[in-house]
Design a protein around this ligand. Structure first.
Ligand SMILES: Nc1nc2c(c(=O)[nH]1)N[C@@H](CN(C=O)c1ccc(C(=O)N[C@@H](CCC(=O)O)C(=O)O)cc1)CN2
Length: 343
């Protein structure tokens, strides 16, 4: 399932204006959906999950007009994870005198990309991770991007490299992403990492940050999917995309709805099964002269409707976005640990 999300979310990153997709994940109805939060999720040390949120979950199928969905606070979860990473970076520095390093390539001057990169830099600095950046103009050539990439690939202080997407149209995203060193591909977008993620029994070096963050949000909220294996083994996954003829009907059958269409308010309350868990990946920037950066983010889900039907829901902002950045830090730390053979 992680695979399908991955490909699908990446597609939506690539063409968010055309793809209207709602990913639905149907979990075995004989199993309770929500249970006590587990202590260990994915590959994060226990310490990062010891403060998982506890809550009294309504069961799937249960819905009342007086009851609003529990809000899954991605911002809070991400803060806890980042605090755990900061601790690990200190331990690394004290033990071997080295720290992880992340390098970002930003092409052009999209305001949303600038904001995300600024947030990544801030998160790195707060966690003690070194941050390097190559800023290139909209008009830059493929060779200039490749030059920046190859310099980061060859720099031993850099353990994670990412190219902020989307790139301007004239640049070939596929060719550029293929050049990111496999061992530093903290976005998990290299075809070999993607391929290994897709294949049973293979382990990619990195799992892409957004789907990884979605799984963390679910696991830490006590949603009973028991990590990626359980998802593969116990869930039936349906994908709804722009050409699906009955998206509402398919979505209404899902116990967990993960939407990454980039279409504000696409998923209405009537699309949801009562008690469903809703993860909203959509972050569509909408012009807003009153907001600090001139735009605000809108999710795919009509929040005010969904909150009356779902049992748990992520807000936008404050849901998946902060977890994406926290997972980037996790991938960077793990990459540095691998490079230094530090455990
Ligand atoms: N190379 C990549 N490019 C892009 C990715 C990615 O994972 N790798 N994903 C998105 C953008 N993205 C990360 O780069 C991203 C989006 C949103 C957030 C976030 O924290 N959002 C906050 C609000 C932020 C704000 O506007 O101040 C929230 O939702 O609460 C982080 C990262 C496309 N490109």
């Amino acid at each position: 399932m992680a695979t399908v999300w991955h490909q699908w979310i990446r597609k939506s990153i690539q063409s968010s204006s055309t793809l209207r997709a709602v990913h639905t994940l149907k979990v075995d109805p004989s199993q309770p959906m929500l249970k006590s939060p587990p202590l260990i999720s994915l590959d994060l040390p226990d310490v990062w999950t010891s403060n998982v949120m506890d809550f009294d979950p309504p069961s799937i199928g249960e819905c009342s007009n007086e009851r609003r969905a529990r809000v899954i606070d991605g911002k809070l979860m991400a803060e806890k994870i980042r605090a755990g990473i900061a601790g690990e970076v200190i331990r690394m520095k004290e033990s071997i005198g080295k720290v992880p390093g992340l390098a970002v390539i930003l092409v052009g001057h999209r305001r949303d990309s600038q904001t995300y990169v600024r947030n990544k830099r801030k998160a790195c600095e707060e966690a003690g991770i070194k941050f390097a950046m190559a800023i290139l103009p909209d008009s830059c050539t493929k060779d200039e991007v490749c030059e920046a990439l190859s310099s980061f690939n060859g720099n031993p202080s850099v353990h994670g490299i990412l190219v902020q997407l989307p790139l301007p149209d004239h640049l070939d995203e596929e060719k550029i992403l293929n050049l990111v060193s496999l061992e530093k591909d903290v976005d998990g977008f290299h075809p070999l990492n993607m391929g290994n993620l897709a294949m049973r029994g293979r382990e990619p070096l990195f799992i892409p940050c957004t789907p990884k963050g979605c799984i963390e949000l679910l696991v830490r909220s006590g949603v009973d999917i028991m990590g990626k294996k359980a998802v593969r083994h116990h869930a039936t996954v349906s994908t709804v995309h722009a050409l699906t003829s009955n998206p509402e009907q398919i979505t209404r059958e899902a116990d967990i709805v993960i939407s990454a269409a980039g279409v504000p308010n696409l998923v209405r309350g009537t699309w949801l099964k009562p008690g469903a868990v809703v993860i909203d990946v959509g972050t569509c920037p909408v012009e807003d002269p009153n907001s600090e950066h001139g735009y605000r983010l809108m999710g795919d889900v009509c929040y005010e409707e969904a909150v009356m039907v779902a049992s748990a829901i992520t807000p936008v902002p404050g849901g998946v976005g902060p977890m994406t950045i926290a997972m980037l830090l996790v991938n960077t730390l793990n990459s540095a640990k691998r490079a230094f053979n530090f455990h």
